[in-house]
Design a protein around this ligand. Structure first.
Ligand code: ADP
Length: 344
């Protein structure tokens, strides 16, 4: 199975990502509006010698949410403690991490929408008043004990902002959304990664990799490594446009940057649902892909690029998708500019 385009991190990625991760706002490519906003808030908080307000960063996987949190920690010169909503099973797990924080530290919770309710409720007073509330003893004699925490910043990352409860969302004073990168921005990232990894790459080769990376830095960095393998074995030369083309075709990443899963999903909706509308459960059943993979990884890009349309009754395959798959579109197949709405 070719997972070159999965935006989720593999073990291999994680090692390299550490080396390639931008450390400052200046090195962080793209997302200019978000970066401008955050720089201003960081400067303001530093000026007041206060920690940054709690921050929620949403956007599809691999777009730089963790990186941004680390850049902010670097700007404040504080430690960052990283965990994930799926790892915080009990209140005690969260309490253990919170008690180790120092004044101004950053507490990064990935997949913050996946915390369970008791853990989430334990986090509220920690965010609001920098305290932890414990119940001592059970039953009628129970009393609540309050322990203070140093002022700190919670940064939550989520691929599904719509799944956050309203009380949790309200506790984040700053809320930013990352969007897919342009090919030029990704080409800049690929070029810089190639320099750091010592991979000879021509500008046109970097741009070709960028164009087929689904707007996602993690994928761009991964494809660069796969293309390098191909170039070393078959060509022994720099990554030119021609080498990149050949390698990416060989990796089954098409000219639009779509892989077999994208094409398979669209094809199944066409074959089994006449192009839709199809609900999420129906799409998962038809394609044998996991629902989470469809909503978090596959669908956002297909919607943004206008291959899939979101309608109140489900997803519909657009004329652009029929054309891409070289299938005849039915009369009335819709097209649009693409809209990315992750709030569902
Ligand atoms: P997320 O947390 O959103 O899944 P990450 O922050 O882990 O994504 O980013 C994945 C990798 O992509 C990083 O290690 C980094 O190498 C690269 N990356 C992400 N955003 C940028 C950016 N704005 N500029 C340069 N590289 C980036």
């Amino acid at each position: 199975m070719n997972d070159a385009l999965s935006a989720r991190a593999s073990a291999d990625d994680l090692v390299l990502e550490k080396a390639l991760r931008p450390k400052t706002f200046d090195e962080y490519v793209g997302q200019t509006r978000v970066v401008d906003q955050l720089k201003l808030y960081v400067d303001a908080a530093k000026g007041r010698s206060q920690p940054l307000d709690h921050l929620l960063i949403s956007g599809p996987p691999g777009l730089g949410k963790t990186t941004l949190a680390q850049v902010i920690a670097g700007a404040f010169e504080v430690n960052i403690k990283i965990t994930s909503g799926t790892l915080l099973e009990r209140k005690g797990d969260l309490a253990g991490l919170l008690t180790n924080l120092k004044r101004g530290d950053i507490f990064f919770i990935d997949e913050v929408h996946r915390m369970n309710r008791p853990v989430e409720e334990f986090l509220y007073p920690a965010m609001e008043d920098f305290v932890m509330d414990f119940l001592q003893e059970e039953g009628p004699g129970a009393r609540s004990v309050r322990l203070p925490l140093p002022p700190m910043t919670v940064i939550g990352a989520t691929t599904r902002p719509g799944m956050l409860s309203a009380p949790l969302r309200d506790r984040f004073g700053i809320d930013v959304h990352l969007t897919f990168y342009t090919p030029d921005e990704l080409a800049e990232i690929v070029t810089r990664s190639a320099e750091r990894l010592g991979i000879p790459t021509e500008a046109a080769g970097a741009l070709e990799v960028a164009k087929r990376s689904r707007g996602t830095p993690r994928i761009a960095n991964r494809l660069l490594r796969r293309v390098r393998d191909f170039a070393e074995v078959r060509h022994q030369g720099a990554i030119s446009q021609g080498v990149a083309d050949e390698a990416l075709d060989w990796l089954d990443v098409d000219r639009a940057g779509l892989d077999w899963r994208d094409r398979h999903l669209m094809q199944e909706i066409i074959e089994k649902y006449d192009g839709g509308p199809a609900g999420l459960t129906a799409m998962a059943a038809a394609s044998s892909l996991e629902q989470d993979t469809i909503t978090d990884v596959i669908e956002p890009f297909l919607v943004q690029e206008g291959y899939l349309l979101r309608t109140p009754r489900g997803r519909v395959v657009s004329k652009k998708a029929y054309d891409h798959l070289e299938l005849k579109a039915p009369e009335g197949a819709q097209s649009n500019q693409g809209n990315l709405d992750l709030s569902e």
